[in-house]
Write a new protein. Structure first.
Lengths: 415, 107
C-alpha cells in the first residue's frame, strides 16, 4: 500500500494524479478462510482490522450484502462520546474514544476526528439529577466530564435559547473530549488497512444461510456460493436477528427505524455537539456547514429504513424552541436506518450457542462512537474464543441472569 | 404513514393516534418460572423481517388494546382484530397466506 502523505500529494500533482492506487481490492471469494466476518460496516471492518493487527489472523474475509459502509455506518450523525453511566459501558466507549484520537495516524487515513466537545442538555430536574450522577460515575471511571451551568452553556453555544419557557436549559453534562468524526472515512480507512493486510472484502455478497455441524459453524451460503470458515463473526446491526435465525438461535434484539436529517449548509454557528434527550434531538454542524440532526426511534418493529414522519416533526419542533434561528432553515435530506435494540440498550459482544460463532450487535442508536473499541473487543473474543475484559459483561446471557448494563435510563433516547 | 383500523370503534386511526405495544400473543410467566422463561418473554421477542403480530392501543381514541398483523419489511397492514384471542383469527391467517404464499404461518 502506498502511504498517503503530503509528499504523495506533491508527487501526484506532478503527474496529473495518475499514480493513486485503489484503496482496497475487490477479490473473488476463496473456498475457506480462518475467519469470516459478515457485515462490512464500521464494526465488522474494525473487527477484521484488529484481528490482523492485534492477533495476527489475516486469512480473513469480510462479506457485505450491499456496499462497504452503506448501512448504519453511512447513516448516523457521527457523534463520538464516552460519558456513559455504567462501568462496562464507560470502559468500552472510552477505549473507542482513545482509539479514535489516534485513528487517522494508525490507519494512515484521515477520519477527520474532531474532539470539539459535547454537551448533553438537562432540560428537566430529573435530567439534572441524572447527569450529575453520570458526572460522578465518570469521575470514578476516569472519564473526564463535568457539570456546567446554563451561563456556561450559553457561552459555548450562543445560538441557544436557554430561557425556555417549555424546555429551559438547567445545565449540561459536558465532555470536552467528545466530538464527531467522518463516518464514511472510518469505514474506508479500516477497509484500506484490512485490504493491505491481505484480507478479502467481498461486497454485493449476501449471506443466505449458515451451515453448522455438531454445534460448530462450517461456513456460510452466499449469493457468491459457499464460503467455509473456521470462525464466524456476525456484525450486521439491524439484520442480526435474521442472521441469528439462519444459525438457529434467537437474540434479545428488536429492529426499529431511527431517523436523521441534514439542513442546507450555513456559515459556522455552533462548534460543539449538542444533545437534548428530553426533546429527542441532537445536533452538530458538519465541516460543510450543514446542521446534522438526529431524532428518536419509532416504537414498532420495522426493516424499511424509513421512519415515521411525526418523529421528525417532534424533533424539529423541540429543536426550534431551543435553537430559534433554525426555524428558517431548509432541510435538505432525511433518512432512516434500522437499529438493533436490546432490552437494556447495551450491545452484545458475545459467544453464541454455536461454538465457533461470535456476535457483535445491539449497538442500537449509538454504534458509530464505539466502532474502534467494539472491533478491538470483538477481535479479542474471536481470536481467543473467550471475551477479554472489555467484552465480558456484554454477553448475550445477561438477560437470563438479570445482569443488565442498563443505559436506557442513563442515555435517555438519543444514544 | 401507518394507518390501522381500530376493531372496536371502526376508526381508521393514523399512527399519532396510536401507541405501539410490542409483540402480540405473548405467553406471560409469573412467580416460580424459570429464568429461561422470563428471558424468553421479556427480552427474546420475535423480530421477523416480514409478517408480524403486534399489540397496539387506540390511545387517543377509545383507549382499548387491539392486535394487528403487519409486514415489517414493507409496512403493509394485513388486518386488525380484538385483543381477546390467544392466536390470530383464521380468516386473517388465510388473507396473509394469499398475500405471502411463502409465509411459514403463525408460530
Amino acid at each position: 500500500m502506498r502511504r498517503y502523505s503530503v509528499f504523495a500529494i506533491a508527487r501526484e500533482a506532478m503527474r496529473y494524479h495518475t499514480g493513486w492506487e485503489k484503496a482496497w481490492a475487490a477479490p473473488e471469494p476463496k473456498a475457506k478462510y480462518d475467519a469470516v466476518i459478515v457485515g462490512a460496516g464500521g464494526h465488522g471492518l474494525a473487527t477484521a482490522y484488529y484481528l490482523g493487527k492485534n492477533h495476527g489472523i489475516r486469512n480473513v474475509a469480510i462479506i457485505e450484502k450491499g456496499w462497504l459502509g452503506g448501512g448504519n455506518t453511512g447513516r448516523n450523525t457521527t457523534i463520538i462520546r464516552s460519558n456513559y453511566l455504567q462501568d462496562p459501558s464507560a470502559a468500552i466507549y472510552d477505549k473507542a474514544l482513545q482509539l479514535y484520537e489516534t485513528l487517522s495516524q494508525d490507519l494512515n487515513y484521515n477520519v477527520m476526528f474532531s474532539p470539539r466537545g459535547l454537551l448533553m442538555l438537562a432540560q428537566t430536574h430529573h435530567e439534572v439529577r441524572g447527569y450529575m450522577r453520570t458526572v460522578h460515575a465518570n469521575l470514578l471511571q476516569g472519564v473526564e466530564t463535568k457539570w456546567i451551568t446554563p451561563d456556561e452553556v450559553k457561552k459555548l453555544v450562543p445560538i441557544m435559547n436557554i430561557g425556555g419557557p417549555r424546555y429551559p436549559v438547567l445545565g449540561a453534562l459536558y465532555q470536552p473530549r467528545g466530538g464527531t468524526g467522518r463516518h464514511d472515512a472510518v469505514a474506508w480507512g479500516y477497509a484500506r488497512a484490512c485490504s493491505d493486510m491481505g484480507m478479502h472484502i467481498i461486497q454485493n455478497c449476501e449471506v443466505k444461510g449458515v451451515r453448522s455441524e455438531n454445534g460448530v459453524v462450517t461456513g456460510v451460503d452466499t449469493t457468491k456460493g459457499f464460503i467455509g470458515c473456521s470462525k464466524l463473526g456476525m456484525v450486521v446491526a439491524g439484520h442480526s436477528g435474521q442472521l441469528a435465525e439462519m444459525a438457529g438461535f434467537r437474540l434479545p434484539i428488536e429492529a426499529v427505524a431511527l431517523q436523521a436529517l441534514v439542513s442546507e449548509p450555513i456559515k459556522p454557528c455552533m462548534d460543539v455537539v449538542v444533545m437534548a434527550n428530553t426533546v429527542h434531538g441532537y445536533m452538530s454542524q458538519s465541516d460543510k456547514g450543514e446542521m446534522v440532526i438526529g431524532g428518536g426511534t419509532d416504537g414498532f418493529n420495522n426493516y424499511t429504513q424509513r421512519g415515521s414522519w411525526h418523529h421528525i416533526e417532534e424533533t424539529l419542533r423541540a429543536l426550534v424552541e431551543t435553537f430559534p434561528m433554525l426555524s428558517r432553515l431548509k432541510m435538505l435530506r432525511q433518512w432512516g436506518g434500522i437499529v438493533d435494540m436490546t432490552g437494556d440498550r447495551s450491545p452484545l459482544i458475545s459467544k453464541t450457542p454455536l461454538g465457533n460463532c461470535f456476535i457483535n450487535c445491539g449497538w442500537g442508536t449509538g454504534g458509530f462512537k464505539a466502532i474502534p473499541g467494539s472491533g478491538w473487543a470483538m477481535a479479542e473474543l474471536m481470536a481467543k474464543g473467550e471475551p477479554g475484559p472489555l467484552a465480558a459483561e456484554f454477553n448475550m446471557w445477561r438477560f437470563k441472569e438479570g445482569k443488565f448494563i442498563d443505559e436506557s435510563v442513563a442515555a435517555g433516547v438519543a444514544h | 404513514m401507518l394507518l390501522l383500523e381500530c376493531p372496536y370503534c371502526g376508526v381508521k386511526a393514523e399512527e399519532t393516534e396510536l401507541a405501539p405495544g410490542g409483540e402480540a400473543h405473548l405467553k406471560r410467566f409469573g412467580p416460580g418460572s424459570a429464568p429461561e422463561e422470563f428471558e424468553a418473554y421479556m427480552f427474546a421477542r420475535k423480530n421477523p423481517k416480514g409478517v408480524h403480530f403486534e399489540r397496539w392501543r387506540h390511545a387517543y381514541g377509545c383507549g382499548k388494546w387491539f392486535l394487528a398483523a403487519r409486514d415489517t419489511a414493507t409496512l403493509e397492514v394485513f388486518g386488525t382484530y380484538p385483543a381477546q384471542t390467544s392466536e390470530p383469527p383464521a380468516d386473517l391467517v388465510e388473507k396473509i397466506r394469499a398475500r405471502r404464499p411463502d409465509w411459514k404461518g403463525y408460530k
